[in-house]
Design a protein around this ligand. Structure first.
Ligand code: C2E
Ligand code: CA
Ligand code: CA
Ligand code: CA
Length: 281
């Protein structure tokens, strides 16, 4: 009789072969995820930090695969590595445009803006701008109410190339946010050249705010920089009242995080927004 109750196999770490198999299964699954209706979107409110008023929403992708729910932290990197993110990203952009048009019909001038993640793999695709333009036309979305979130690391990887692409996207009327700001070593000179409207302060810095003095210094520097450049500032991953107060004190106007709202399914998002408009939330 085995001492471990017969399940000693659990203690073997998966070999390289198994990892490759798992990755392959994810890639294959992702290729058909759209047509099988396995992808869905959550909407996380972006609020005025002081009042909690909802001004925007970030679209966050979810994948309910045949093997169960797979977190974005697992499948997005694989989708990017293999390029499957390109058709999936186009699908997400379409959902963003549909949401924008729908919300504007519902709420008019009070409709929140729609923030959508764009992968560097999408950016380098020659046909991206035409594709986005076509989706905007088909859906009737207002590009000025759409915000493309691109990570600082992706933007700074090739500033010259990105400058050309971002100019064409902003010529369509789209706006650009630097995502995960603070992690990607932008120089001030580079940042001023890019046509960006918003900085999203990375959650890692917000998280350490009350514990790690160096994070406070980064937050202060980032907020100062953003304000000097006339950019809107959104703090990500705000989880506590203390974090929120401190961010406001330093001059950060907008926030996103569990302290305010988790990512919501669309009906819950609509209900939350409407209760806010009625003054109930
Ligand atoms: P991100 O763009 O930085 O998105 C913010 C992440 O922080 C989301 O994780 C969100 O659920 C989480 N979050 C928000 N508030 C809090 C908080 O208060 N505390 C904590 N601990 N987390 C919070 P999620 O949805 O798991 O997405 C992870 C990443 O996957 C995203 O990070 C983004 O890089 C990527 N991703 C998600 N959807 C898409 C997409 O449609 N396209 C692309 N290219 N990437 C996406
Ligand atoms: Ca984002
Ligand atoms: Ca982010
Ligand atoms: Ca992130």
């Amino acid at each position: 009789v085995k001492e471990d109750g017969g399940d000693g196999w659990r203690f073997f770490s998966p070999g390289q072969h198994d990892q490759d198999q798992q990755r392959l299964a994810i890639v294959n699954g992702l290729r058909t995820a759209i047509e099988r209706n396995e992808l869905s979107i959550r909407f996380q409110p972006i609020v005025v930090a002081e009042s909690g008023r909802i001004v925007g929403a970030e679209l966050l992708l979810r994948w309910n695969s045949s093997e169960g729910e797979i977190p974005p932290a697992v499948f997005i990197p694989i989708a990017e590595m293999t390029g499957v993110i390109v058709p999936i990203g186009a699908w997400v952009f379409r959902q963003a445009c549909l949401a924008e048009a729908d919300w504007r019909r519902r709420w008019g001038a009070e409709a929140p803006y729609v923030s959508v993640n764009v992968s560097p793999r999408q950016l380098i695709k020659e046909s991206l701008v035409e594709e986005f333009a076509a989706i905007l036309r088909e859906t009737g979305a207002d590009p000025a109410r759409l915000l493309l979130e691109i990570t600082e690391t992706a933007l700074m990887a090739d500033v010259e190339l990105n400058l050309r692409i971002l100019r064409r996207l902003t010529d369509l009327g789209l706006r650009v946010a630097v995502d995960d700001f603070g992690t990607g070593y932008s120089s001030l000179a580079q940042l001023t050249r890019l046509p960006v409207a918003v900085l999203k302060i990375d959650r890692a810095f917000v998280d350490g705010l009350d514990k790690r003095p160096e994070h406070r210094a980064v937050i202060r520097a980032v907020i100062g920089l953003g304000r000097a450049l006339g950019l809107k500032l959104v703090a990500e991953g705000v989880e506590t009242d203390a974090q929120c107060l401190e961010l406001r004190a330093h001059g950060c106007e907008f926030a996103q995080g569990y302290y305010f709202h988790r990512p919501l399914e669309e009906p819950a998002f609509v209900a939350t927004l409407e209760s806010g408009l009625r003054g109930g939330g």
